[in-house]
Design a protein around this ligand. Structure first.
Ligand SMILES: [Zn+2]
Length: 670
């Protein structure tokens, strides 16, 4: 049987041949790719030659090309276009991949070669990037437990396999809860909702085969519903369903899974000689230690809480004026904040939307990339994995840079949130390879599709990650693009959000979808002024989640994470009318995998830098200052993880930032 996943991809730009790939191909392709990778690694480990950077480190980096291709395609599809068959494959693959990684990290002969090179590193005459790659490979092996032996090594292997299974279950339970819940809305229930919310609810109904409009738990539908629905009873129902994801009892409940994950992580860290998981995890981050993280979060918490408490009073008074004599509840906050926004800033989200069409916002992001970095985007007519996905060729001065895929609309088969991934990373070793980069969002579909300002910001955010991938210019894919410390990876994405706020960008691209008229100056001023509206709320819901995440991973693992969460929140004096941005049972950042565990703070860590980095443009010649753009590309966007994050930032800015620019940017400065 021929398997297109294993064939050489000869189509345009070496893109995966999506039109011929079937779900049944993944299983056999993965088996073949794993076997091939293992054989290649064995050959490196058992080489009769004395270890050298070339035969060992580069040898290792050559391995697994097929595996990269197969998993690159599979994980993109599993996240953005899942089916029961793909979910079953996920469950099958994750323990296999974990076992495979364990086999490689547990290869004694291989580790011995790496250790010898590490010990001899001063004598190897490596380039700075090679020295960095050697350090990373050696550190990865140590952190994976390669130095463990016997029973400890066996236990480590078992823990990792179990964690992989638990992470997958956590995600799938969440997806199931999000897919299973919907609330049919009668015509009367739609009263007071702006057109785009009605339209999105109707589209969601059609998507789910319902008779009429429905409310779903997709963030891009439920958040505007909570913002606009005057029906307190429906808001309460919807909000409670939203925050109950993963905590509904029964088969999809994530609470016991979360507890087991935390226990296993703690045991894993201690096996490796760390006092707790947070210390282990933060060792490779720019922040370095839990104390540094807490210091940052607490510096922001108090001003944010003070602002949120003052705001709560205003909102509660508005609610009482509405004749509702209850306390302000979490399902009321967004509704009254929206009313207040209208009253104080007179910014009507519904009137704003026609100026923020998806196509114009994509064009805006592309134009900024052109003005800053000379990148051009040409639509490509190539087979992709879903009719909603679109592709562009990215060039500079006529030279191919990357393929960029945008997959923007919410659908039942897509996990929630927004993300950027690479189906292929940039590298020059063993041969030149340009990246294939995907942005996935969950915008409500419409004809034409209109975005909220938040959506537009998400689009710019993910595009900033895409630039980090597309402009990458390193030798080894191990340090390419977004392969950087977790608390540094959000710098390019959050920094790029600032260009959406540049008046000339909005003026040129925020044009009315029907008339083509530019956004009126008055509306533009309001958009910019409203950008830090309700930041007390946003900061509180985020920082609370980050502090709970940190507390979960410091010291002994909690027996009952829900109790630990409650303890942290009460210790903080969490305002009653604000929920965590992500509570434990649906905190996928922390439990779907290791990525953001004791690392949810990193968005804010990056924000400290992005506020400061954008200020560097403003201090120079403005948002499109060519010299700053060149520095940004040279020291940050093209450099990937080829140096320590702190060194990269210093090279770009000449100094490290404090928390002031962030507080000022969020309107929280005293
Ligand atoms: Zn991001």
């Amino acid at each position: 049987m021929t398997n297109p996943l294993l064939d050489t991809w000869t189509g345009p730009f070496g893109l995966p041949p999506f039109e011929t790939i079937e779900d049944s191909h993944f299983g056999p392709a993965l088996e073949a790719a794993l076997a091939e990778d293992l054989a290649e690694v064995e050959a490196v480990a058992n080489s009769p030659e004395a270890p050298s950077f070339t035969n060992t480190i580069e040898g290792l980096l050559r391995c697994g090309a097929t595996l990269d291709r197969v998993t690159g395609v599979f994980f993109n599809l599993a996240g953005s276009d899942s089916t029961p068959a793909r979910e079953a494959l996920m469950r099958e693959f994750s323990p296999k991949l974990a076992a495979h990684a364990s086999a490689i990290y547990g290869n004694r002969a291989l580790f011995d070669r790496i250790r010898q090179l590490w010990q001899a590193r001063e004598t190897l005459e490596l380039t700075p990037e090679q020295a960095r790659v050697l350090m990373l490979v050696h550190r990865n092996f140590i952190r994976a437990g390669a130095a463990l032996q016997g029973a400890e090594a066996d236990r480590m292997k078992a823990i990792k396999e179990r964690l992989a299974v638990l992470g997958t279950s956590f995600t799938q339970n969440l997806l199931a809860d999000e897919r299973d819940w919907s609330l049919p809305l009668s015509e009367a229930d739609l009263d007071g909702l702006p057109g785009f919310v009605v339209e999105a609810a109707r589209a969601a109904g059609r998507d789910r085969g319902a008779e009429g409009p429905v409310l779903t738990l997709s963030r891009s539908l439920i958040v505007p519903f909570l913002q606009f629905s005057p029906r307190c009873d429906l808001r309460e129902l919807a909000y409670k369903a939203w925050v109950a994801r993963g905590a509904g009892g029964g088969e999809t409940d994530n609470r016991a899974i979360a507890a087991e994950i935390l226990k296993l992580r703690q045991e894993r860290a201690q096996l490796l000689g760390y006092q707790d998981f947070a210390s282990y995890k933060l060792e490779t981050e720019m922040a370095g230690t839990p104390d540094k993280v807490r210091e940052l979060l607490m510096a922001v918490w108090e001003p944010a809480k003070a602002r949120a408490e003052a705001d709560a009073k205003v909102l509660e008074a508005m609610m009482h004026a509405d004749g509702l004599n209850a306390d302000l509840a979490p399902w009321d906050w967004r509704y009254y904040a929206e009313k207040r926004r209208k009253a104080e800033h007179d910014l009507d989200e519904a009137a704003l939307k026609p100026y923020l069409s998806l196509d114009r916002m994509i064009a805006a992001a592309f134009d900024c990339a052109y003005r800053l970095f000379g990148l051009s985007f040409t639509p490509l007519d190539v087979p992709l994995y879903h009719p909603d996905a679109r592709a562009w060729e990215v060039t500079r001065n006529g030279d191919h840079v990357a393929v960029f895929i945008g997959d923007y609309f919410a659908r039942g088969s897509k996990r929630s949130g927004a993300w950027c991934s690479a189906m292929r990373m940039q590298s020059k070793f063993p041969e030149v390879q340009r990246p294939v980069v995907v942005n996935v969002c969950n915008f409500a579909k419409g004809d034409p599709a209109l975005l909220s300002y938040d959506d537009a910001r998400t689009l710019f955010h993910e595009f900033g990650h895409a630039l980090h991938q597309m402009l990458s210019d390193v030798t080894y894919d191990m340090v390419a693009g977004t392969s950087v410390a977790r608390d540094f990876v959000e710098l390019p994405s959050q920094l790029f959000e600032h260009w959406l706020e540049v008046p000339q960008v909005l003026r040129a691209f925020a044009t009315h979808v029907e008339t083509g008229a530019a956004m009126p100056q008055e509306m533009l001023d309001k958009v910019l002024k409203a950008a830090n509206f309700d930041q007390g709320f946003a900061t509180v819901e985020y920082v609370a989640s980050a502090l709970v995440d940190l507390a979960f991973h410091e010291g002994a693992a909690p027996e009952d994470p829900m109790a630990r969460q409650a303890e942290v929140l009460s210790g903080l004096g969490m305002p009653a009318a604000i929920g965590m941005r992500h509570a434990t049972p649906h905190f996928a950042h922390v439990f779907a995998g290791d990525g953001y565990s004791s690392g949810y703070y990193s968005y804010m860590w990056s924000e400290v830098m992005d506020a400061d980095a954008f200020a560097a443009f403003e201090e120079a010649g403005g948002a499109f200052d060519p010299e700053m753009a060149e520095k940004l590309e040279k020291h940050i966007l093209s450099a990937g993880g080829s140096q320590e994050a702190e060194a990269l930032y210093l090279a770009f800015r000449g100094r490290m930032p404090g928390v002031d620019a962030l507080l000022k940017g969020r309107g929280l400065a005293a």
